[in-house]
Design a protein around this ligand. Structure first.
Ligand SMILES: [Zn+2]
Ligand SMILES: [Zn+2]
Length: 703
């Protein structure tokens, strides 16, 4: 069908995830069709003109250049799919930015931002009626001095941004102002009340707000706190909502009927027209990183979106990620800086009582049990007093390591300063950075004892031990196996709250739910589990987890105790967590990162190849490594460090083998260019048939 020059055109991204069609297509707009940017349309696509969905990126005012595209080859849009745009101006711009940032197709980003549709493409509906809730009169809360100062600062930053923006509209001077604030408040310092006050102010100005929380922290108490304050203006999203319920919230936000959305990372895309504030609570949590394509970081996305909408971002945590805290310091030069706000004091001014137990000593004294003697005594006293205990296993990911139960020695890579991880299929210990490895040692290289072996335990093993020691005590276990199903997680917590058991055992999941009045003991059974994961962030993660657990316990329990069992009682991540000393931890850990040139002093690029033939993957990756080494030698400044290649932590998924190559550099842009150039060179003489390439810059967990 030929299209005359009199008709209008649109640039459309077709809803096909394949990289080969990752570009925009021209379509003609039929006479009389009302079309806006961000709308979803049905278009004919491919040789057979198969009807598919597409998203209108831009309605063009001028016809495309005839040199680039023949006008009479342009197909016409079939129909408009909905009577509203599914993207706002800023979420469209955000999508284009995310595509570049996270190395994926535009269609994948658009699908991630758009509300979820049914298989036939229609948006789902729900019959559930929204309950109107009147906000209650604000409780008589007097903010502490430090809380009031924090609220004032947030409001002043928001005001400054607004004035800059107005000046920009008037005089065309582009606004440049840091729009992110890091709120470092110790556990129990009243961060939530600061958020509530700042949100109140933003809503009063007719703007909207988003609060991101890790899903697991989205407790009924937290939700009721927000609904009491803001009534029906607030909606909560979470993974247990049906698609229809989710779409209902999306429509309410788009129509301006609600002005506050609380939810996990995807809530950052709420389609508000006049966004004023994004709060990211517990900003250090790794759940802000999406593990599926697009592999985005909700914090980065929030800051970008705020820049596009002239909004303010508040990142809050008791244990900020090192990268975030680094951005508040003067030594950070080439990154966007964050303002630092501190709440150094707990509202109720009590500190948790934390005891570190040296498990090497238990071994030497002839106690081979999972629990130290003092731990057993405390547990027995708790049970006898009719109180409750939470036993916590801070296992992360899927790694296991070799350690000596006699002296605490852990097998590690000298070059990369991370621990070796056990690979069962090869029965070897491997460094997940440079790929070097060894066989399992028979004697401890440090003390010569025979007590060196694979270290690992599950919640089940702890449960067995508790049952053996206290056969008449009710025990609940909360892990992936016991929390399947829609409400599995809430069910276990509920049973524990009702007192159906005196002991609850769990992984990370239990760390957030420590507000139980009957709990007077919290035990971290094996603090070393997260300390030796073979990831350069292991110490940081351990410090965060232990500080959070101790802090929460100290807030909820009046006379409670926290026990940390470890074979490395002198490790700074443990001693400083015991004192909840973030600043010294930061200083120490930054010293290690600087010495090893790890982030935030560098950027790490992970290039992963996956495919059905392991040998082909290895050969292709070796070729890439050779190209990189060659190009790096030719680089006048020799800026790149090719760390090495190794199998992924999970080296085989669904019959696909996975290997990765790591390369680091102090600057982000040259690193990106270098990696993309080397891959292009590789593809020039190897088509990489059957191999999928995955690119991640600064992965938060080593894959
Ligand atoms: Zn030893
Ligand atoms: Zn290594």
């Amino acid at each position: 069908m030929g299209m005359g020059t009199g008709c209008k055109f649109a640039l459309v991204c077709v809803d096909v995830l394949h990289g080969d069609v990752d570009r925009l297509f021209h379509y003609a707009i039929p006479q009389g069709m009302e079309l806006e940017n961000g709308m979803r349309v049905r278009v004919p696509f491919g040789n057979r003109n198969k009807p598919i969905f597409g998203y209108v990126l831009e309605v063009l005012n001028t016809p495309p250049d005839e040199k680039e595209i023949l006008l009479d080859k342009i197909k016409a849009i079939d129909s408009v799919a909905d009577d509203f745009p599914v993207f706002t101006k800023d979420t469209l711009a955000l999508a284009v930015w995310m595509k570049e940032k996270y190395y994926c197709t535009l269609a994948a980003v658009l699908r991630c931002i758009a509300p979820g549709a049914k298989a036939d493409g229609r948006f789902p509906t729900t019959r559930r009626k929204r309950v109107e809730v009147e906000p209650q009169p604000p409780p008589d809360i007097t903010l502490t001095k430090q809380q009031q100062a924090a609220v004032d600062k947030i409001i002043s930053v928001a005001g400054k941004l607004q004035r800059n923006f107005l000046a920009y509209e008037k005089r065309g001077i582009p606004p440049f102002f840091n729009n992110a604030i890091l709120l470092h408040g110790v556990t129990g310092s009243g961060k939530t009340e600061v958020y509530l006050h700042a949100i109140q102010k933003v809503l009063a100005e007719g703007r909207q707000a988003i609060v991101l929380v890790p899903e697991i922290a989205l407790t009924p108490q937290m939700v009721s706190l927000f609904t009491a304050r803001f009534g029906s203006q607030v909606a909560v999203t979470h993974s247990r909502l049906t698609q229809g319920e989710r779409f209902q919230i999306w429509k309410l936000a788009q129509g301006g009927e609600i002005s506050l959305v609380i939810g996990p990372r995807s809530a950052v895309f709420a389609p508000f027209a006049n966004l004023g504030l994004i709060v990211i609570d517990e900003e250090h949590e790794h759940t802000y990183h999406s593990e599926t394509t697009p592999k985005y970081d909700a914090r980065e996305v929030a800051i970008k979106r705020a820049e596009l909408t002239n909004a303010t971002v508040v990142l809050g945590s008791a244990t900020p990620s090192l990268e975030s805290y680094f951005r508040t310091q003067n030594e950070c030069s080439d990154l966007i800086k964050y303002e630092l706000l501190e709440l150094p004091e707990r509202v109720n001014k009590t500190n948790p009582d934390v005891t570190v137990l040296d498990m090497r000593k238990e071994m030497a004294d002839g106690n081979p049990s999972l629990f130290a003697r003092q731990f057993q005594t405390a547990l027995s006293e708790t049970i006898e007093a009719g109180r409750q205990a939470i036993l916590f296993l801070n296992r992360r990911g899927h790694s296991s390591f070799v350690s000596c139960r006699w002296c605490g020695f852990v097998l590690a890579c000298a070059q990369c300063r991370v621990n070796h991880t056990y690979h069962s299929d090869k029965n070897r210990m491997v460094c997940h950075y440079c790929g070097t490895g060894t066989t399992l040692p028979k004697d401890c290289p440090a003390c010569g004892s025979k007590h060196i072996k694979l270290y690992g335990m599950g919640t089940q093993k702890i449960e067995e031990e508790v049952k053996a020691l206290f056969p008449d005590t009710g025990v609940l276990r909360m892990d992936m196996d016991t929390t399947r199903g829609k409400f599995g997680h809430a069910k276990v917590l509920d049973a524990f709250r009702k007192g159906e058991a005196q002991v609850m055992i769990g992984t990370q999941m239990v760390a957030k739910g420590l507000d139980f009045p009957q709990v007077t003991m919290v035990g971290v059974v094996a603090a070393d589990m997260s300390l030796h994961t073979g990831d350069f962030r292991a110490a940081e993660y351990t410090f965060q987890l232990l500080t959070q657990v101790s802090g929460r316990a100290g807030r909820a329990m009046h006379s409670g105790k926290v026990f940390l069992q470890t074979y490395s009682p002198e490790h700074y991540a443990i001693t400083l967590a015991q004192q909840a000393d973030y600043k010294n931890f930061y200083a120490h850990e930054m010293g290690v990162r600087r010495a090893m040139v790890y982030p935030p002093f560098s950027h790490v690029f992970c290039i992963m190849f996956s495919g059905p033939q392991e040998k082909e993957i290895i050969v292709a990756l070796q070729k890439l490594m050779a190209i990189m080494n060659y190009c790096n030698e030719k680089d006048s400044q020799n800026r790149f460090i090719v760390i090495g290649m190794s199998p992924a932590f999970v080296s085989k998924i669904k019959n696909q083998f996975r290997w990765k190559l790591l390369v680091k550099c102090c600057q982000e842009e040259p690193l990106k260019a270098f990696v993309l150039y080397c891959i292009k060179k590789l593809k020039e003489n190897d088509p990489l048939t059957g191999i999928t390439v995955h690119l991640t810059l600064d992965p938060i967990m080593m894959e």
